[in-house]
Ligand binder design. Structure first.
Ligand code: GLN
Length: 539
């Protein structure tokens, strides 16, 4: 018998029911009882990781400390648990097949026919156990992406079925998330889709232990009874997941429904400690009772899909709560920004954030937004490409290098102030080859960056191929754009800031990836503070 217990979260009826949030909320409750928990996500698509996907396809690509490019749900896991995830926490069908087929080529299965069952399912089971075997966790929660009934989920469900059988009773648990729709015309909540979804799951040999029912209205007792009877679960295992004002309410809603107690009882874990959610509640109190309000202009090219900037918007929620301030995000498509409409689009902004990104589309609009922030003393924060735009803008408008650009956008620029990193020049493959993951950075004492962090040694996560061109550093520093965060080994510039501006910071790394409810990121916290001060100064 293994010491680690395993919980699987499946979904039915529709996608987007919030499996990731339910998994993260349950993990939070278990963690708050003193258990050590991690969450992994299985994604049933063929890309080896989401790093090669356009954000429109799958939202933001979340990067872990160990440099894995992963699904955005891992961001939720980290934001809820404040513990880091890694490559082992996100596995796609593509990665599973890649491993099995590479082994086949090595001759590992010589003489055998390589098949979905057992070879693919064995590899899935190996990945389920990987985190448990580390000995670090009491509980591993595995979220199975997609919906039951999808062809592509089948190998995962078969692996879960086998795994459960092999582990024996009380070692594993399946939570199935479904939808109980409300038919307005009939003024009724309907259980049939849930019944069908459970039936479909049962056909794979998996019977759910707990049903979590997404709903817009409270579930009355008679409806819970009906679901329990028709779906073969205990009535107290029918859990209501009502729409919440914020995802951060969900742990408390799940606690009210006793999801954690049901899980512990079913896994025969005798944990009598009440969850300690004090800091979580303090955060929620501040989030819901702001004493001020600011508007941040978020300038990017994927603004039609807020999921593309998920970690940024969540980091603003954490930083807003810390400042007891409501942060409104105004999404501005960088393609619509032109020099002569900047005032129209940005006049309301108490702070301007230029977002990360790739490619030429919308670049000039981003550069124009930087200029507007710099010249009007509006708090500015540029992340990755946003920082690179700040560097380009400064070259063009302050250093007088009119043609300055990044070689990503203009290979032949006379002034490549942003240049491809040396280490990237011979890279030909696209997947997983950027500068990825956590790297150390040293901050200059007395700088704005140093004051923000309150220390000189930091670690932040990266995802880029281009960098500040150090040949120009002296010119920049002479005119007041300072490189105040440097990688101690490679000397890459990780932070730039303006000497004579109330708040103007560009980071080559992605601080948003490390902001959590319990540890809001200091740059976001201070950026919101600067926006509050700026908004007061306008009155
Ligand atoms: N396209 C830029 C680079 O590769 C910035 C990347 C980003 O914003 N994540 O360097």
């Amino acid at each position: 018998m293994s010491a680690t217990k395993y919980i699987f979260v499946t979904g039915g009826v529709t996608s987007s029911l919030g499996k990731g949030i339910v998994a993260a909320s349950l993990a939070k409750l278990l963690q708050a009882r003193g258990l050590s928990v991690t969450i992994q996500k299985f994604d049933p698509y063929l890309n080896v990781d989401p790093g090669t996907l356009n954000p429109y396809e799958h939202g933001e690509c979340y990067v872990t400390d160990d440099g894995a490019e992963t699904d955005l749900d891992l961001g939720h896991y980290e934001r809820f648990l404040s513990t880091p995830t890694s490559q082992a926490n996100n596995v796609t069908t593509g990665r599973i097949y890649h491993t099995v087929i590479s082994k086949e080529r090595e001759g590992a299965f010589l003489g055998k026919t390589v098949q979905i069952v057992p070879h693919i399912t064995d590899e899935i089971k190996r990945n389920i156990q990987l985190l448990g075997e580390s000995g670090k966790y009491d509980i591993v929660i595995t979220e199975i992406g997609g919906c039951v009934g999808d062809i592509e989920s089948l190998p995962f469900l078969e692996a879960v079925r086998q795994f459960r059988w092999e582990m024996g009773p009380n070692e594993t648990l399946v939570i199935h998330l479904t939808l109980v729709p409300y038919l307005n015309a009939a003024k009724e909540l309907k259980t049939k889709p849930t019944q069908h979804s459970v039936k479909l799951l049962s056909e794979t040999g998996i019977h759910p232990d707990i049903l979590v029912c997404r709903t817009e209205h409270p579930l009355p007792t008679d409806l819970r009874k009906k679901v329990a009877l028709f779906c073969n679960v205990n009535i107290n295992s029918v859990i209501e997941a009502i729409d919440a004002d914020t995802i951060y309410d969900v742990p408390l809603l799940m606690k009210k429904e006793k999801l954690d107690e049901r899980v512990l009882a079913k896994l025969k874990l005798s944990n009598k400690v009440e969850p300690d959610l004090d800091s979580w509640k303090i955060f929620l109190g501040k989030l819901k009772n702001p004493t001020s309000e600011v508007t941040i202009a978020l300038v990017g090219k994927y603004v039609e899909l807020p999921d593309a900037y998920k970690s940024i918007t969540e980091a603003f929620i954490h930083a807003g709560a810390m400042n007891e301030c409501k942060v409104n995000i105004r999404w501005i498509s960088s393609e619509t920004l032109l020099k002569d409409n900047l005032e129209y689009h940005l006049r309301f902004a108490d702070g301007i954030l230029v977002a990360p990104g790739f490619g030429e589309r919308g670049l000039e609009g981003k550069i124009a937004a930087v200029q507007y922030a710099r010249e009007n003393n509006i708090p500015f924060f540029g992340i990755c490409l946003g920082m690179q735009c700040a560097v380009i803008e400064f070259a063009r408008n302050v250093l007088g290098l009119k043609d300055a650009s990044s070689t990503e956008m203009n290979k032949d620029t006379a002034h490549p102030v942003i240049n491809m990193m040396e280490s990237q020049k011979n890279v030909t493959m696209k997947g997983g080859t950027m500068r990825l993951g956590a790297y150390p950075c040293e901050l200059t004492k007395g700088s704005k960056a140093y004051n923000i962090y309150g220390k000189s040694k930091i670690m932040e996560r990266h995802r880029h191929r281009y960098e500040f061109n150090n040949k120009y550093l002296k010119q920049y520093e002479k005119e007041g754009m300072l490189a105040t965060g440097i990688n101690p080994e490679t000397k890459l510039v990780e932070i730039v800031e303006l000497k004579d501006h109330p708040f103007f910071i560009g980071s080559q790394f992605h601080p948003e990836l490390k902001s959590t409810v319990e540890n809001p990121h200091p740059i976001f916290v201070k950026f919101v503070k600067a926006a509050i001060d700026f908004s007061k100064s306008k009155k």
